[in-house]
Design a protein around this ligand. Structure first.
Ligand code: NAP
Length: 261
């Protein structure tokens, strides 16, 4: 990214959801900045491919750890593998997330629970596992891909589960920011607008009509570079970059646009 100089040589970042989309763009950017990486996602093939690609291209050290962030024992294994390999974790970047679109009264209860386990508990539990070492060292930065949808009030139709959980996550992270300041640990929430990825491919409306207006995942990597570029005594609490022109990210969503049929 132009005009942002970040040197992470010798530092270690754990990134979830790193095999494609926003997570892969962030992993690529941190590799460009020289960080060694621990990448996590559920599916081994794309994860290994990303690890090999970034090692070859940027000369960094990296491992991939298959991990379902909905499962506590997987998260524990991820942290253990990262510490076995690299001793300490300097940066945690929480990205792994899923979306679904349902009128609430038709949404399967299992779907709501799955979103809660991945998009909310997945972040909170992993932070809880990583943070004691950061507190002891009085150093570390936790960066979280939340969502620009948390800026939309009321929540768009069909996204009650997704957006309300992201809102809860954003509130949690804001509190954590203030609690961790006294330990010199930075906490940053990223609130991207709609990004072209597999996740939005699966949504109705957005994907079909306005794909050329969606943001490139590199825009979120730019937010990460910025968050890492500020002076040591400062920290972006929240960064929001929202697409221009996309009705999806208007504060008020047209009724017709979001009525899923
Ligand atoms: P994506 O292209 O579908 O990529 C999702 C990544 O997360 C993949 O690497 C996937 O790999 C992994 N993943 C999914 N479920 C997982 C689980 N249970 N455990 C571990 N890894 C898992 O999605 P994306 O668009 O990049 O979205 C990434 C994050 O950005 C999400 O938190 C999303 O809410 C947020 N976000 C997205 C947008 C957008 O418009 N795309 C906007 C704002 C915020 P496996 O499937 O192999 O596990």
């Amino acid at each position: 990214m132009a005009n942002v100089s970040v040197d992470l040589k010798g530092k270690v970042a754990v990134i979830t959801g790193a095999s494609r989309g926003i997570g892969k763009a962030i992993a690529t950017r941190l590799a460009e900045h020289g960080a060694n990486l621990v990448l996590a996602a559920r599916t081994q093939g794309p994860l290994d491919a990303t690890v090999n690609e970034l090692k070859a291209k940027y000369g960094i050290d990296a491992i991939g750890v298959p991990c379902d962030v909905a499962k506590l024992d997987h998260l524990q294994n991820l942290v253990a593998k990262a510490k076995d390999k690299f001793k300490q974790i300097d940066f945690l970047v929480n990205v792994a997330g899923v979306s679904s679109q349902h009128p609430f009264h038709e949404q399967p209860i299992e779907d709501f629970e799955m979103l809660a386990h991945v998009n909310y508990l997945g972040y909170v539990r992993l932070i809880r596992l990583v943070i004691p070492d950061m507190v002891a060292r009085k150093d570390g930065h936790i960066i979280n891909v939340v969502s620009g949808s948390t800026l939309v009030d009321p929540i768009p139709r069909g996204f009650l589960a997704y957006s309300s959980l992201k809102m809860g996550l954003r509130a949690f992270l804001k509190g954590l920011f203030w609690e961790m300041r006294e330990y010199n640990i930075k906490v940053t929430s990223l609130l991207p607008g709609v990004v072209a990825s597999d996740l939005t491919d699966h949504l109705k409306d957005v994907a079909v009509t306005q794909r050329d207006r969606l943001m490139d995942p590199k825009a979120v990597a730019d937010m990460v570079s910025f968050a890492l570029s500020v002076p040591a005594n400062a920290c972006p609490l929240e960064l929001a970059v929202i697409n221009q022109l996309t009705t999806w990210t208007k504060p008020i969503i047209d009724y017709k646009q979001t009525q899923a049929k």
